[in-house]
Design a protein around this ligand. Structure first.
Ligand code: C5P
Length: 240
């Protein structure tokens, strides 16, 4: 797999226009874009179609969590949209995740491309104290691995994870289990609010399946140049 097939650029914008501008600057170098809640709502969902008309793959980052029947319905619609990847919250439970899996399989059986179904284990904004407030006493890292295992049992294709957890998730859930890793920072970019960061080279080296990179690319003076540099660093990771 080439670096280009593993790089996902996060489009964290509050208007369709800003996102379109970024996409136009990046389309020669980037194949996969992540659309989250903000841009999805700001564009009334239309940004997905815009990207697909350009032949780009979409990671629909809407993190579904509800009762199984409702999540199955949302998963069916996401799959019908032809997105490349979408996600659900693992704490929604095994039955909820299995319902999403079943919905994806039903849509794929009708001939449509099957999206990757990814789980969110523990939000990285939560620390041990936040978990305690929620009545969870387990160590965060153990919790991430336990939830990754549950996601695998429920039939998910992988999880969102820090690149620092990628190797451990692979050994717990197998080489085929996908890890989608944000928190990636090339040495030349600012960490911003990301705390547990890793360079693109090291993240690939640790076994990350996909890297999600936002501001180091979209906030750069020359986004295309920044994307090329990230891709070069990722290639170095394959060589290690
Ligand atoms: O700009 P930056 O590279 O920090 O963007 C990372 C993207 O990945 C953002 O869209 C952020 O919401 C998302 N993300 C994250 N950490 C997680 C899950 C998602 O940074 N645990």
């Amino acid at each position: 797999m080439k670096a280009k097939d593993k790089l996902i650029v996060a489009l964290d914008f509050d208007t369709r226009e800003k996102a379109v501008d970024a996409i136009q600057r990046l389309e020669a170098d980037v194949e996969i874009f992540k659309v989250g809640l903000e841009l999805y709502l700001a564009s009334r969902g239309k940004i997905v179609e815009y990207l697909q008309e350009k032949g780009k793959k979409v990671f629909l980052d809407l993190k579904f969590m509800d009762i199984p029947n409702t999540v199955a319905g949302a998963a069916r619609e996401a799959a019908k949209m032809g997105v490349f990847m979408f996600n659900v919250h693992v704490p929604g439970g095994k039955q909820m995740m299995a319902s999403a899996r079943e919905a994806v399989e039903q849509v794929a059986a009708g001939g449509l491309q099957k999206p990757l179904l990814i789980g969110v284990t523990v939000l990285t904004s939560l620390d041990q104290n936040d978990l305690l407030q929620l009545g969870i006493t387990q160590d965060v890292k153990e919790l991430v691995i336990a939830r990754a295992r549950l996601a695998k049992e429920a039939g998910l294709d992988g999880v969102v994870a820090s690149p620092k957890e990628a190797a451990e998730i692979k050994s717990a859930c197998g080489d085929e289990f996908v890890s989608v890793c944000p928190g990636v920072r090339p040495t030349w970019s600012a960490a911003g609010d990301q705390k547990r960061i890793m360079t693109p080279k090291d993240a690939i080296n640790q076994g990350a399946s996909y890297l999600v990179v936002g501001r180091p690319i979209t906030g750069a003076e020359n986004p295309a140049e920044a994307a090329k540099l990230v891709l070069e660093e990722m290639e170095e990771g394959f060589e290690c």
